[in-house]
Design a protein around this ligand. Structure first.
Ligand SMILES: [Zn+2]
Ligand SMILES: [Zn+2]
Length: 252
């Protein structure tokens, strides 16, 4: 690809990798970058990481951040994020009960039980607050935006570069998550005949990939039959559990 632009390189390179899904490869790499960037940002001034303080992360990314080697950046990030949560939580509670003293538990509970409307409104606000916290993730948002870019580049290259098309068609297809995304995005990028042609070709390589994995899994399972104990098992068959999992379950 002689006239390759810088933004095309990652997508083009991903389709040169021998894997079950080039988009998983891209997403996995970008996710690693995001983890590093977010932890890098956490050692900066509090003001410069307002987004992280406010939104936090999904459970997957909280746990991935926890597993990173350097603990201080994560600790700093948690410190300000927890402070933000605590402040907002207190605001919701105090706006309902105008409580001056949260420590007086008995009086607090009595007031809740005596005021039905206030209780319902409190519950709604709390649920809204918790749903917001649980549904937002700075890393997921960045990944989604980046993946959308990668799909844009994919379709641009698919339409304009025959070599790239060939590369895609000789790949092993896509995991089912990205296969679904790919078909969804194809409707925004391709028209009538071009779209039909794309869907037909992509479905063919996807079906080939599934058939290949199915065969390999069958072979894998046959090994456990004592009559096949001496059979030589190919690399593809030995790896078939991993490959099938990647195809069906996205990267981990
Ligand atoms: Zn994938
Ligand atoms: Zn996330």
């Amino acid at each position: 690809m002689g006239d390759e632009k810088i933004y095309m390189i990652p997508v083009n390179d991903a389709f040169s990798v021998d894997c079950e899904c080039a988009f998983c490869y891209l997403e996995n790499n970008f996710e690693k970058q995001c983890l590093e960037i977010v932890l890098g940002e956490s050692v900066m001034e509090v003001d410069s990481r307002l987004e992280t303080n406010k939104k936090g992360f999904c459970s997957r990314h909280f746990h991935m951040l926890l597993e990173q080697k350097n603990k201080l950046p994560y600790g700093l990030m948690l410190e300000t994020h927890l402070h933000e949560i605590k402040t907002n939580f207190e605001k919701i509670l105090s706006s309902h009960f105008m409580l001056l003293n949260f420590q007086k538990k008995e009086g607090f509970l009595k007031r809740i039980l005596n005021n039905h409307t206030s209780k319902e409104a409190l519950l709604n606000n709390l649920l809204q607050f918790l749903e917001n916290i649980n549904s937002q993730c700075v890393i997921c948002e960045r990944i989604n935006a980046r993946m959308k870019n990668y799909f844009d580049v994919f379709f641009f290259m698919w339409r304009t570069k025959k070599e790239f098309q060939q590369k895609v068609l000789s790949s092993k297809g896509f995991c089912f998550y990205h296969f679904c995304d790919l078909l969804k995005f194809s409707q925004n990028h391709l028209r009538s005949k071009e779209l039909d042609n794309f869907v037909e070709k992509i479905c063919k390589i996807e079906l080939d990939a599934i058939s290949r994995l199915y065969q390999n899994i069958c072979e894998f399972n046959k090994q456990f039959d004592y009559r096949n104990a001496n059979n030589v098992v190919s690399f593809e068959v030995r790896n078939s559990l991993i490959n099938a999992t990647e195809k069906l379950g996205k990267y981990k």
